[in-house]
Design a protein around this ligand. Structure first.
Ligand SMILES: [Zn+2]
Length: 269
């Protein structure tokens, strides 16, 4: 894989994505090279199950990859049961269920979220090209936060967290995933890590998980510092941050429905 990581390569990748939807060039194990040009340390990529591991369906149309990296990492819950099946088999089945719902019920091209974490702490790649995009410093556009998908990468955390919090295994994997993403994209965890409800009128990621975000940001910053990563290279200016709409009081609770995932401003689905 080339050490070059400038705009030309990203433009090329974006063009290739639009043209064919083919597997991203140089997608395998390119973690450290993405940082060679910037001089920062590599972000540790946590072990995860890729799409081939959970038997993902191909996207119904090519997923769009933007050269501009995301500005935010958005935390969601899946609005599914708080399962006590912590097996990898359950986690992989969850990924298939979410993808089926997003494609067959929502009519989206693929799973909406870039990443999924099970209550057993298993991390799964979601949307096609999600992992190669992070490794390349580009952005695989998903469908998880309405009208903001071009600037947000999303993590769906298995469960419903209105009244209780996630398992320790899920929390640990969430911190590792957030640290990887913030490091790879040069994001400041204190301004970049937000909840779905910060953008859209929804209770997602649940009152309890949302209330954990300050602690999660601190934990992520700690992991990044321990890995020698720079903190705050890309801090979002206050005027550019989302508007924090009120949480609706009568939001329906249905499996997989965790608030608006796609809106009029989103050019992909
Ligand atoms: Zn959500």
């Amino acid at each position: 894989m080339s050490q070059h990581h400038g705009p030309d390569r990203r433009t090329l990748l974006q063009g290739a994505a639009a043209a064919s939807g083919a597997v991203l060039v140089g997608g395998a194990f390119g973690v450290s090279t993405a940082h060679a040009a910037t001089g920062t340390a590599a972000a540790a990529e946590p072990p995860m199950y890729f799409r081939a591991d959970w038997g993902a369906r191909p996207p119904s149309s090519p997923v769009q990859v933007l050269a501009t990296p995301p500005a935010y990492v958005v935390v969601h819950h899946t609005a599914t049961a708080n399962s006590t099946d912590y097996s990898d088999a359950h986690a992989l089945a969850l990924s298939r269920s979410i993808q089926n719902f997003h494609m067959d019920s929502n009519g989206w091209a693929d799973a909406g979220q870039q990443f999924t974490i099970s209550r057993g702490g298993h991390i799964m790649e979601g949307r096609d090209r999600a992992v190669p995009a992070v490794r390349e410093g580009s952005h695989c556009v998903g469908a998880h936060v309405a009208n903001n998908n071009s600037t947000c990468v999303g993590i769906e955390n298995e469960g419903t967290y209105m009244d209780v919090g996630p398992t320790q295994a899920l929390t640990d994997s969430l911190v590792a995933t957030l640290a990887w993403l913030c490091g790879a994209y040069g994001l400041n965890p204190h301004s970049a890590i937000l909840g779905h409800r910060d953008f859209n009128a929804t209770a997602c990621p649940g009152d309890v998980l949302y209330a954990m975000l300050p602690d999660l940001r601190n934990a992520v910053a700690g992991v990044m510092l321990a890995q020698g990563l720079e903190i705050g290279a890309r801090t979002v200016p206050a005027e550019d941050r989302p508007t924090y709409p009120p949480v609706p009081e009568d939001e329906p609770r249905r499996e997989f429905h965790h608030g608006p995932g796609r809106g009029a401003d989103d050019f992909t689905r």
